[in-house]
Design a protein around this ligand. Sequence first.
Ligand code: HEC
Ligand SMILES: [Cu+2]
Length: 312
Amino acid sequence: MNWVPEAASSFAGKVDGVLWFVTVLSIVFFILITVLLIYFSFKYKRKTENDYTPYITGNQTLEIIWTVIPSILLFVIFAYGLIVYKEMRTPPGDAVEVNVTAKQWIWIFKYQNGKSTINELFVQHNRPVKMVMRADDVLHSFFVPAFRVKQDLVPGMYTQLWFNPTKIGTYDLFCAEYCGTGHSQMLAKVYVMSPEAFSRWEKGDEEETTTFASTKSPEELGKDMYSKNGCAACHSIDGSAGVGPTFKALYGKNESLQDGTTIEVDENYLRESILIPQAKVVQGFAPSMPSFKGILTDEEIDALIAYIKSLK
Ligand code: HEC
Ligand SMILES: [Cu+2]
């Protein structure tokens, strides 16, 4: 049975160490105190009507013991926690920086080589990374259980966090601060890649690493992009309006725009809506869609359009 999530960062094991230390200590004292309580309540139960409680004024030795031992234990908990916490809060000087922006309800990652991804964080195995994070709208929280890291993102200020991923694999990233109706869909994946795979990715060969490998039809690929890039948080496919209009039966329809005009939804309109969302704003909706310029490639936009067209 797994008591804690998989441990995949350099300090995950240490965080677990603190957790287990405090837990085991608590269990030991819980059992000790409960057993003594039950034992004493039988042993010292009043047996007859004239069984008087002895008059005790104090016991210095006992009092010193029950003050000093817990004080030492509490100090050990504090010191042990502080040592691990300090390591978690101090990024090594050679950590690679990634800029993280959280907004309702997507994660945007910007890398030092100029690349940008949404809801997918790419990091290299055994190379420390530092997240420099901010929120665009409300409080969000960056939480990767496998790395044992969690940090709030706050509008108007930068917060940071670092980790060294020690296991190649794919891990869940959650938003851990309730941030509105799309909160439960504010999910991302962290890909920890071997140095070779990472440098291939850095050079632009995304197909190598992510699941949108080429065997899929544009429609299927579009469906993946729809959930991966956070479109799902704002656009339904069942006809219900969310933060944005539904994609159901969108293609070919005559859309009413905020400026009073209507437009027939075709490929060009869809493409423009994804790249420059504020160019034509749909009536009854706020111009709150983020631009996907520089984030989605042309093929990915083609795939999304194919997917939207399939939703009759
Ligand atoms: C944060 C919420 C949000 C996210 C995420 C989002 N959108 Fe939007 N989108 C909106 C809103 C609000 C509108 C309506 C206002 C406007 O036209 O700009 C809209 C409008 C659109 C339209 C025009 C719809 C119509 O009825 O004419 C398309 C197409 C579109 N989005 C595609 C996408 C795609 C594709 C993605 C994912 C890659 C996406 N959106 C992600 C909020 C969002
Ligand atoms: Cu959030």
